[in-house]
Write a protein that binds this ligand. Structure first.
Ligand code: ZN
Length: 87
């Protein structure tokens, strides 16, 4: 199971055991807090970016030196994520 961390401090977020959507998760270091619902949405977005980056890497590797195939990764936003997954 992946750990949800504060995107700034890289420390695990803390909240009640078996937290539900409206429960608050707090970063023990900077005090940033949000409902589990919001944190989950941010983390899903983070995971999507992370996987796209991995895919880029694989494609770059797979098409390297191949004169018939070139790979140009699409433009992606470089926005900072307030919450990240430790993957
Ligand atoms: Zn923090």
């Amino acid at each position: 199971m992946s750990v949800v961390k504060c995107g700034m401090c890289k420390v695990p977020m803390q909240g009640p055991a078996n937290a539900k959507g409206s429960d608050i998760l707090t970063c023990p270091k900077c005090g940033q807090q949000d409902t589990l619902e919001t944190v989950q949405a941010e983390v899903v977005d983070y995971a999507r970016h992370w996987m796209a980056e991995q895919a880029d890497e694989v494609m770059r590797e797979a098409t390297r030196g191949n004169k018939y195939l070139t790979y140009k990764p699409g433009a992606r936003s470089t926005k900072r994520h307030r919450y990240v997954l430790d993957m």
